[in-house]
Ligand binder design. Structure first.
Ligand SMILES: Cc1cc2nc3c(=O)[nH]c(=O)nc-3n(C[C@H](O)[C@H](O)[C@H](O)COP(=O)(O)O)c2cc1C
Length: 450
């Protein structure tokens, strides 16, 4: 398993999951329209984005089935694997600048942001955005590297405006600004999905997110110190932009189509001034379709990992956990418990409500229900839930600030108990067809081409 974007794209190509579009394409919503139509089916490389000489790739994770290959495990094990990497990060391999592919070529001349295939994805988005950029910042509290993805709106050739929701980057930036200091930032674009996932690690001031990525890779992750800012970056990234958050500066940013598939509001945002840009030879730029499956899953899997840990810590026997795509892998959680003891269902609900602030609705099922099958979940709710006895509503809790139905990020939380009473399982048993000779059945189906 290698750890750069191009090796991942080669794998997708082998699997017949990479489409290549050679026709000229408009970065203004035309790229996003193609990605939206191919979401869940194909990654797409655009070789002729108008105005840029660099190819652009999107939908690099086309669905949940990609999480296993991306992390080098079976897909149902992906959340466990991520949780293990959080528990046991691994040192990276520091390489010399001369050996770092990301520094192979420097972008010189006046054109910097206009040379890149930036996109406007949705009709009311405030402008051209970088949507897949990983911001690498050194946390002065611990000296470790924090990675995060933040939507970045381009303004002119060298200015980016960033949305910083509450989290570690915002805490580091706020502290620097309070002392009147600018904050160095290295921005990488075009990385293997394991790095995109590692960027979504929890806001733990001691954690080195690059070391989480290194633990997810089959070999220690090669990293390099950026040439002109105090930050460490993956050496095999496709692009590196170096800059500084300016203390005290705010400029208008947004609105922007967000993961709830509604617009996140615009407002004054911190400003990054760029100083230098580097890229690999034959570099490929990357975009993430905001509100697409990749956006959902990249944020969803790390949350699933954290929540699994929290449920286990609460002493629950978890058979399965999923944040379904229909809730943007943020708002809804479904958990299957093995033989839940009295009180276990409520404990699971409260753990999930508080373990990830975005989680709003929790459905608890027994382990005969497959949490990865939407129809099974719907069936369990339809046949096992009575609204007057199986619902728990917690008003006025902290939720996602991007949920359009929340009031200033305050939301109600809903728990749905779709488990069956332990002393009455027979009544709820799923019926099934059990033919006498499974081998003969397989023969019949083969004859029918099924
Ligand atoms: C595609 C994508 C876009 C995101 N955009 C933003 C954003 O604009 N602002 C933000 O604060 N978080 C955004 N996030 C979430 C953060 O990247 C994530 O919460 C990260 O772990 C925050 O890191 P921090 O707490 O270490 O700062 C985005 C996540 C994804 C997957």
């Amino acid at each position: 398993m290698t750890t750069d974007l191009r090796s991942w794209l080669a794998l997708l190509d082998e699997r017949g999951e990479l489409g290549v579009l050679g026709a000229p394409i408009d970065p203004d919503q035309e790229v996003a329209a193609v990605l939206e139509h191919s979401d869940g089916r194909r990654a797409v490389r655009f070789d002729a984005v108008k105005g840029s000489r660099f190819p652009l790739v999107g939908n690099t994770l086309i669905g949940r089935s990609h999480l296993g290959p991306a992390l080098g495990c079976a897909t149902p094990e992906a959340a466990e694997r991520f949780a293990a990497a959080l528990d046991r990060p691994r040192s990276c391999r520091v390489v010399d600048r001369a050996e770092a592919p990301v520094l192979e070529e420097q972008l010189t001349g006046d054109a910097l942001l206009s040379a890149l295939p930036l996109t406007r994805q949705h009709e009311h988005d405030g402008g051209l955005y970088l949507t897949s950029a990983l911001l690498s910042v050194r946390d002065p509290v611990s000296g470790t590297t924090n990675l995060s993805i933040n939507r970045l709106q381009a303004a002119g050739e060298r200015e980016l405006r960033a949305l910083l929701l509450p989290g570690r980057l915002r805490a580091v930036f706020t502290a620097a600004e309070a002392e009147g200091r600018d904050l160095d930032v290295a921005i990488v674009v075009g990385v293997h999905p394991l790095l995109v996932l590692a960027s979504q690690s929890p806001a733990d001031r001691a954690l080195d997110d690059l070391e989480v990525a290194s633990a997810l890779a089959s070999e220690p992750l090669p990293v390099v110190t950026a040439p002109s800012v105090d930050a460490v970056v993956p050496a095999e990234a496709e692009f590196l932009l170096e800059g500084r958050f300016r203390a005290g500066r705010r400029e208008a940013e947004g609105p922007f189509g967000e993961f709830p598939r509604t617009y996140g509001p615009g407002g004054p945002a911190p400003v990054i001034e760029l100083e230098a840009a580097w890229h690999r030879r034959d570099a490929v730029f990357q975009t993430i379709l905001s509100g697409g499956r990749e956006h959902f899953l990249v944020g969803g899997l790390p949350r699933e990992a954290l929540l699994l840990r929290a449920l286990r810590k609460a002493g629950l026997d978890v058979a399965g956990l999923r944040l379904p795509e229909s809730g943007s892998c943020r708002f809804d959680a479904v958990v299957a418990l093995r033989d839940p003891a009295p009180g276990a269902v409520t404990t699971a609900m409260l753990t999930l409500f508080t373990g990830a602030v975005t989680v709003k609705t929790v459905t608890v099922v027994d382990d005969d229900v497959d949490v990865f099958d939407d129809e099974q979940i719907g069936w369990a709710v339809a046949t096992r839930v009575q609204a007057d006895r199986d619902l728990l509503v917690v008003p006025n809790a902290k939720g996602s600030s991007l949920d359009p139905s929340a009031r200033a990020g305050v939301t109600a939380k809903l728990g749905i108990d779709a488990t069956v009473p332990a002393d009455d399982r027979g009544r709820f048993r799923q019926m099934r067809v059990a033919p006498p000779d499974p081998d003969r059945l397989r023969g019949h189906l083969a004859e029918l081409g099924l």
